[in-house]
Design a protein around this ligand. Structure first.
Ligand SMILES: *Cc1c(COP(=O)(O)O)cnc(C)c1O
Length: 442
């Protein structure tokens, strides 16, 4: 039996490095790296054996089995011992059956993967458990790593801080001052990170963290670090498993730095390579018009990435003008016959709150994906009867300011079509009944 194994490999296939090395880009040509698994070793198990194993782990209470990420551990980090894993029971997030919206849109089915229903409230937990576990292992092997650092639009920093606190590893986060929500700011503070609010945007923070982590003693946790993709990609086999190893026709996902869409494609590809599924879904990436370099490149047939100055958007976690995972994301869209679309601030805000009326509780980024879905369905680019999965990336509770302002109709230049303002009334039965009667008539 061949042992399961994985390495970092340059995306153009030239050079390779062990996973225990502190490295983020190729030393040959500065390209992105990806984690590559020994597929032949994984193929020693039949598709049915993998399915049985994953089904069996769903019934186990071992900590590494209860995590959606580590229940697929041979596909993720095959060489880590259970005692080195730092898990907060990430993954196995609800797959919300949005049947009401599906009916309104005349879709075969619509499911929303609520990856924000997790420890720190966003899908970033899926990747961070892998990165911090690997760092934990390296520190135990006496690698001189003092701390882990990231630049963040708010959710990466929250995840990094929580996993590092659990592991007892110091963390440093660089945030664009005044550009993230209160909930996002307080999370790394609470978990004891060193928090630096810089007077710049995300791309500016990224520049600084690159320099800080040039020295190997501070480890870089941004998504150019391909370890995170390994955790995030488990969303694909998880969705397939939840759908009885069927693949949806289309997946809609919001994109900023484009790590998550790369991860999604990689996960579905791995399911196919190992024979658990028989096709890829079409992958649709949604961006905010205010920060849409990927959409612009798509419109130019992906000639090249032209970084933009990202403008302020309600979808603050994807306010990114120079996405690091661009080459991987292009591959994901091209190879699945997918497409990229952008949406306005008004579209994303109304889409989020339209969906809320059917029981969801949507963050603005999920609003971007929902607005894309509504638009593409209207244009018939997503067809009647398709089975669609939409990736919800964060919990709405992290974006209370956005939701309050929407319902108070205080979002600049946005007509809140689904606003549901509070009715203020004296505590007196006559006025209350009048108010209720008016409300029923509306
Ligand atoms: C990080 C993030 C995204 C974007 O993911 P990328 O990998 O940067 O494309 C979308 N939504 C939320 C809530 C996020 O935190």
């Amino acid at each position: 039996m061949k042992e399961f194994n994985a390495v970092f490999r340059n995306i153009d296939g030239i050079d390779e490095y062990p996973l225990d090395q502190v490295i983020y880009r190729s030393l040959v040509d500065d390209n992105l790296l990806e984690v590559v698994h020994d597929t032949q070793a994984l193929q020693q198990k039949s598709p049915q054996e993998w399915k049985d194993l994953f089904a069996q782990r769903r019934n186990s209470f071992a900590p590494e089995d209860m995590s959606g990420v580590w229940s697929k551990r041979e596909w993720v980090l095959p060489q880590i011992a259970a005692e080195d894993i730092i898990t907060l029971q990430e993954g196995w997030n609800p797959l919300f059956n949005a049947d009401v919206l599906a009916k309104e849109l005349d879709l075969g089915s619509l499911r929303v993967k609520l990856s924000g229903n997790s420890h720190t409230g966003s899908f970033k937990d899926l990747g961070m458990t892998v990165l911090v576990s690997q760092v934990n292992k390296m520190i135990k092997q006496d690698k001189a790593i003092k701390a882990v650092a990231c630049a963040s639009t708010g959710d990466t920093s929250a995840a990094l801080a929580a996993y590092c606190a659990k592991a007892g590893i110091p963390s440093i986060v660089f945030l664009p001052a005044g550009k993230i929500s209160t909930a996002q700011l307080i999370q790394p503070i609470a978990n004891g990170s060193i928090v630096l609010a810089l007077d710049t945007d995300f791309d500016g923070c990224m520049e600084i963290v690159r320099q800080v982590t040039a020295d190997e003693s501070i480890y870089l946790a941004n998504s150019m670090n391909s370890l995170r993709v390994e955790g995030q990609k488990t969303i694909a086999p998880e969705i397939a498993q939840e759908m009885g190893w069927e693949v949806p026709d289309t997946v809609v996902i919001p994109g900023g730095n484009l790590g998550n869409v790369s991860a999604l494609a990689k996960g579905f590809q791995q399911c196919m390579d190992l024979g658990l599924t028989d096709r890829m879904p079409r992958i649709i990436v949604a961006q905010a018009q205010k920060a849409n370099p990927f959409y612009q490149a798509f419109e130019r047939s992906f000639d090249e990435l032209k970084p933009v100055q990202a403008q302020k958007t309600l979808a603050s976690a994807i306010q990114i003008g120079n996405p690091v995972s661009y080459p991987k994301a292009v591959k994901a869209v091209q190879e699945t016959n997918g497409l990229v679309i952008d949406v306005s601030e008004e579209e994303l805000a109304n889409a989020a709150h339209r969906a809320d009326r059917t029981g969801l509780y949507s963050c603005p980024h999920t609003g971007v994906a929902l607005a894309a879905l509504f638009k593409l369905r209207e244009q018939n680019q997503i067809q009647k009867d398709e089975n669609v999965v939409l990736i919800s990336t964060a919990h709405g509770l992290k974006f209370t300011e956005f939701k309050v302002a929407y319902h108070d109709k205080k979002l600049a230049e946005i007509e809140s079509k689904f606003a549901n303002p509070v009715h203020y009334s004296p505590a007196e039965i006559g006025s209350v009944m009048d108010t209720l009667n008016r409300a029923f008539k509306q």
